[in-house]
Design a binder for this molecule. Structure first.
Ligand SMILES: [Zn+2]
Length: 107
């Protein structure tokens, strides 16, 4: 069965000052941390040919944490980030990450 693809703009997780809000509901914060970690990894490793990140999958099928490590890569235009778990195939697309606190291109 095909799971829906999450298309997320990281802009959704920023307040008017372009910073990460201090108060965010738990589930939103967890998702922001998860997606932000993917953005941080791929933006810091743009020249790496390896898709594997250091970000663990966040899913818990049958209440057991999925052991997959997220794979992520840039789309051809260099702005969309496609991510997927190689174990459970949870996946999504991230955009709007440029110049956010998670953008690590300058590191
Ligand atoms: Zn997984």
């Amino acid at each position: 069965m095909e799971r829906p693809t999450y298309v997320t703009s990281m802009q959704h997780y920023l307040d008017e000052d372009h910073s990460i809000p201090e108060s965010m509901p738990g589930p939103a914060l967890n998702l922001a941390l998860f997606l932000g970690s993917i953005v941080g990894w791929v933006s810091a490793h743009r020249r790496s040919p390896k898709p594997r990140t250091n970000v663990p999958c966040r899913r818990r099928p049958d209440l057991q944490r999925c052991t997959g490590m997220i794979h992520a890569r840039f789309g051809d235009d260099g702005s969309m980030i496609f991510w997927e778990c190689p174990i459970c195939y949870d996946h999504g697309v991230i955009h709007g990450w440029e110049d956010t606190p998670w953008d690590r291109r300058r590191d």
